[in-house]
Design a protein around this ligand. Structure first.
Ligand SMILES: [Zn+2]
Ligand SMILES: [Zn+2]
Ligand SMILES: [Zn+2]
Length: 104
């Protein structure tokens, strides 16, 4: 499942373009837009991928925190869920990481 950031329509995981407005989903899916925004934010130290509660095993396996420049693109290619990959990006702020270090 990919959501178009321009018209909010849903397209299948493997659709290269929005089924409604033909926008290039590599660039304009909500996940692609969110990833670019997080990568451009200097306060974001790393990026975590979050999964839906009923996500498939493939997506659960990729439930990790990634360095900003090594984040895999969504939707996950190997997803086997009937509704497709519904994973999303979540920022890990620099401050959070520092607090974690101190607490140890
Ligand atoms: Zn669209
Ligand atoms: Zn999946
Ligand atoms: Zn996924």
């Amino acid at each position: 499942m990919q959501t178009c950031s321009k018209c909010n329509s849903n397209s299948p995981d493997n659709a290269p373009r929005c089924v409604n407005c033909q926008a290039d989903l590599n660039e304009f899916s909500t996940t692609a837009v969110a990833l670019r925004r997080l990568q451009a934010n200097p306060r974001v130290g790393a990026i975590r991928i979050t999964v839906a509660d009923d996500a498939c095993p493939h997506c659960y396996e990729l439930l990790k925190t990634y360095p900003k420049d090594k984040v895999p693109s969504l939707p996950h290619q190997g997803c086997s869920h009937a509704n497709g990959c519904r994973c999303f990006y979540e920022p890990v702020l620099e401050d959070t990481a520092i607090v974690g270090e101190v607490a140890k």
